[in-house]
Design a protein around this ligand. Sequence first.
Ligand code: BDP
Length: 690
Amino acid sequence: TDGSQLWFTNQQLSPKVKTAIPTTVCIQEESATFKIIKEELAKSFPALGVGDVSFTKKSTKNIVLIGTADSKAIASMVSEDEFAKLGDDGFLIRRKQGDGTILIAANTEFGALYGVYEFLRLLKTSATDLVEIDRVEIPSYQRRILNHWDNLDGTVERGYAGYSIWKWDELPGTISPRYEAYARANASIGINGTVLNNVNANPDILTKDYLEKVKVLAGIFRPYGIRVYLSVNFSSPKELGGLENSDPLNDQVKSWWNDKADEIYAMIPDFGGFLVKANSEGLPGPQDYGRTHADGANMLADALAPHGGIVMWRAFVYNPDGDDRAKQAYKEFVPLDGQFRKNVIIQLKNGPIDFQPREPFSPMFGAMKHTTLMPEFQITQEYLGFSDHLVFLSTLFEECLDTDTYAEGPNTTIARITDGEVYNDSITAIAGVANIGEDTNWCGHHFAQSNWYAFGRLAWNNKLSSAEIANEWLEQTFTQDADFVAQMKRVMLQSREAVVNYMTPIGLHHLMGWSHHYGPEPWCEVPGARPDWLPTYYHKADSMGIGFDRSTTGSEAVLQYAEPLRSIYDNVSTCPEMYLLWFHHLSWDYVLHNGNTLWDELCYKYSSGVDRVKVFQKIWDRMEGKVDAQRFKEVQAKLAIQATEAIWWRDACLLYFQTFSGKPIPEELDRPVHVLEKLKMLKFDMTHHN
Ligand code: BDP
C-alpha cells in the first residue's frame, strides 16, 4: 500500500457492528451530490462485505434511507423541529426501531453527504454499535477551510510533500484525477472550503486566465460541498489594474475590487471569499497609504458582501522596530475592535509568534469582543521536523481549543470564543495550513495524513478528543488490530510532547535554522538580518540564564492576558513550566518544582524527547506484519531520520547553551555525540526535502 488512498485504505467491517446492514438504499432525490453518495455506498458496501447495494426510490422496510426534506420518505420520518436544529451541514443518523431501517437525514445534500461519510466511518471503526444508533451531528464551525500555501509556479511554501497538486499550467484543459480525490478526502472529514493559493499572494491569481482555471477546480469541488477561496494581494488594483495606487479609500480602487468581485461571482457563484495577508513580512497593505487594517478589510468586504462572500484578514503582523514581537498583533488589532464589517473574520494563528511546537495562546482570543475571530493552525510541519518527523498535531490543536482565556470568566475557551458560543458570531470559521503535495502519499509521511484528518475532524467537532481521532484514523488507515491501535495511539498522543522536548522545552521557541526553519541553530547569526528572525532574540541565553522576560519586569506581554492568567503567567512560581522560558528569564540555577535546577531540567527534557523517539522506533518495529510492508518500511525509515535529528537537536541546543551555563550534563544522561563547532558548520540542503 502506497498511502495514496489516505484513510480509505482499510475496508474492514468493525467488530462492533454486530447488526445486519440493509443493502437496499433508498434515495429519492437526484443531484451530483446524491450521485457521489451512491458511488460511495456502491464502492464501500461490497468492499466491507456488507454486500452489493441496490438503489431504489421506493421507501420500504429494512433499508438505508438517505435524503433531505425534499424526499417524501424522509419528510415523513423527521419532524420540522428536528430539521430546524440541523442547520446547513448537520445531519442525523437513526435506526428506526422495529424494521431495521437506517435513516440519514439532513437539510441539504451536503449534510446528507456528511451523514453518509459518518455512517461509513462508523462501519469501519469500532466507535459505535449501530443497533441503536441515534445521533445528531452539527458542525462546530460553519466554514472549515484548508489554506494552501501553493504558489502559481507549482512550488509550495513550507510544503514538504513535493510540488503543488494544482497543475496551473495544465488547467483549465487538463484535469488531474487528484482534484476529485482531494475533494472526496476533504468532504469525508467535513472540510468545506479551500484557499487555493499562498497567502504571500501573486496578483496574477485574479487575472481572467487564472480565474478560468479556478473555475474548473470550483466545479469539481462543488458537489462535494467545498467552496473555493483565494488569497489576494492587496496591491492588485495597482499591479493588475494599472491604477495609480491601491489605497482602500480611493474610489477607483473600490470600483476595481467591486468589478473584480462581480467578475469572479459571474464565473463561480458560490465563491467563498478572500484571504488577505497585508502589511506583514513586507507585503503591501492599507498602512502603505496611512489607512488601518479595518479600512483595508472593509473595502474588500464591501465588494464581496453583495455576493455573500467573506474576507479572512490575517492578524499575523509584526515589525522589526516594534515592541516584543509577541505583543504586536494585539497592539495593532485590539484597538480596531468593533470596526470591522460583519463579513470580515480576523484569522489568528494559535500562538502569538508563529506555529512553534508549543506557544501559549494568542492573547487576541477573547480580547476582541466585537470582532469575529477564526483560529489558524498549521498542519504542515514547518517547525516540527517537516514531513520527516512523526508528530500528531491533534493534541496541539486540542490544547489550543481547550485553553481557557478567562475573557468572560471561567470556561471562555478558545473553542467557545471561535465557534460562536460566547459572542454569538454570525459567521464562524477555522483554518489549517495544508500539508498536501503531489507525493504519492499526499503528505510526505504516512502519519502526516493524520494531521490533515485531525484538523478536519476538530473543525467539524471541536470537542472531539485526540485519542478518539487517533483511534478512528488508525483503524481506517491501517488496521483494526487492537494491539496495533492501542500501541500506535499511544505513540501518536505522545509524539507532540516528544518534539517539544527535543526541540524547544520549557517555553523555549524559535531556535530553528535560518529561513528554511529546519534543524537547530540557536546560535544563528546572519549579517544584517532582522533581529526578530534570529533565535537569540527569543532565547536570550547569557551567563546569567535563559528565557524571554515577558513578565511585568520585562516586555509586559503578560498584561495582554485576562486575569487570573495575567498574574499566573507573571509570577514565576505559578507560571506553568511548559511556558516558563516564554515568560521569564531565569538563572541556570533556578530550582523548578521537581527540585531540578533549570540547567539540569533542560538536559532532562531534551534527553527525554530523544528517548521517546527511540521508544517509538521500537514500538513501530513490533508492528511489522500488522501493516503492509511498504508503509512499514517507509515509516521505519522516517523514524530513523527523526531519531537522528532528535539527537541533533538535543546536542546542538545543550552544547550551545552549555557555553553560557558552564555546567555539566547530569551524570546519568547520554552524552552528546556531536561537536558544537561541527554542528555550526552544517549547511542545510533543502533539495533533500522536496
Ligand atoms: C511563517 C512562514 C512564512 C509564512 C508566514 C505566514 O515562515 O513562510 O509566509 O508564516 O503565515 O510561519 O504568513
